[in-house]
Write a protein that binds this ligand. Structure first.
Ligand SMILES: C[S@@+](CC[C@H](N)C(=O)[O-])C[C@H]1O[C@@H](n2cnc3c(N)ncnc32)[C@H](O)[C@@H]1O
Length: 295
């Protein structure tokens, strides 16, 4: 006699138990999110379907994805997407998974952009575009924004451009993705002294911290997106130093920083010609975004 088909509840129980053994940090939630995606339903709908049998092909897909999750692959990569400010971004191992902390940077950038007088273009530069989460969210939230989004990774820019297409022609027309190192691609664009907002969530993990990162991050997300150098603030230092040539007097830099880096980054800003330096905290109370004005 053939085995009875597995139900939703039984699959969830087995995956949860296995994830727990493998040290997955949110075993039940992850099992539910993965199964809901396989079944094409909302996570909460699973609760109405606990007793339903799951088709063999869906069981197979769920088992394959669960195996990858147990090995540390982040849920966002398994689903191929991540929500950022209520918009869905395609993500895969070519780009960092956008984090909720970075939403604070975008919201502050949009507030600052809205406060810029007049109705002309707002020139925005996003350094380290990754999936395009910052650049595209700012362009979508501010119709005056013209964004140059730079990344040193050609593979990351492929993902960003694909995400841009989903935003539609108005946003595509106002965001240019450019390959290059930090601010180098700005040369020759006539943007010297004209940038209103210089934004960046740069790599900020120090070499020592990198060795200690959780395996979900270290073994799956791009090292180029995470690791900055011996101190972790190397990219911030270059941004504040080189940004002076491009940001107009009165314009702003908004950068994300790692836990414990804010004081050092504020000092870097102040010694490189920036003033009115303020710090925004994230949801855990950690100083996370440094904002500085070009004096
Ligand atoms: C922390 S990720 C941020 C991705 C995205 N902006 C976000 O917030 O989700 C940093 C990005 O900076 C890029 N990057 C690293 N070094 C760079 C450099 N020297 N110049 C430009 N981009 C760089 C990486 O490829 C990566 O996409």
């Amino acid at each position: 006699m053939a085995d009875a088909p597995l139900t939703v509840l039984e699959l969830l129980r087995r995956a949860e138990g296995w994830f727990r053994e493998q040290g997955v940090s949110s075993p039940r939630l992850d099992a539910e999110v993965i199964l809901a995606d396989v079944l094409g339903c909302r996570r909460l709908d699973l609760y109405l379907r606990f007793d339903q049998p799951v088709k063999a092909e869906n069981v197979t897909t769920f088992r394959e994805r669960s195996r990858d999750r147990a090995r540390g692959k982040p849920v966002a990569y398994l689903l191929g997407r991540r929500e950022f400010l209520s918009r869905s971004f395609a993500v895969d191992s070519r780009v960092l998974i956008p984090r909720p902390e970075t939403e604070i940077l975008v919201e502050e950038a949009l507030r600052r952009a809205a406060a810029i007088d007049g109705d002309g273009d707002v020139h925005v530069v996003d350094v380290g575009a990754g999936s395009g989460a910052i650049a595209l969210s700012v362009a979508a939230g501010c119709s005056r924004a013209r964004v140059v989004a730079i990344d040193v990774s050609a593979a990351a820019l492929e993902v960003a451009r694909a995400n841009a297409a989903a935003f539609g022609p108005d946003v595509v027309a106002r965001v240019e993705f450019v390959l290059g190192d930090l601010l180098a691609p700005l040369a020759g664009r006539g943007l010297e002294g004209r940038v209103d907002l210089l934004l960046s969530n740069p790599p900020y993990v120090s070499d020592a911290e990198y060795a200690r990162l959780p395996r979900d991050v270290k073994d799956h997300e791009p090292e180029l997106a995470l690791r900055a150098g011996p101190r972790g603030t190397e990219l911030h230092e270059r941004l504040f130093r080189d940004g002076v040539a491009y940001v107009r007097p009165g314009g702003l830099v908004l950068v994300e920083v790692g836990a414990g880096q804010a004081a050092e980054v504020r000092a870097i800003a102040e010694t490189n010609g920036w003033g009115e330096v303020v710090t925004l905290r994230d949801f855990q109370g950690i100083e996370r975004i440094v904002v500085a004005r070009r004096v």
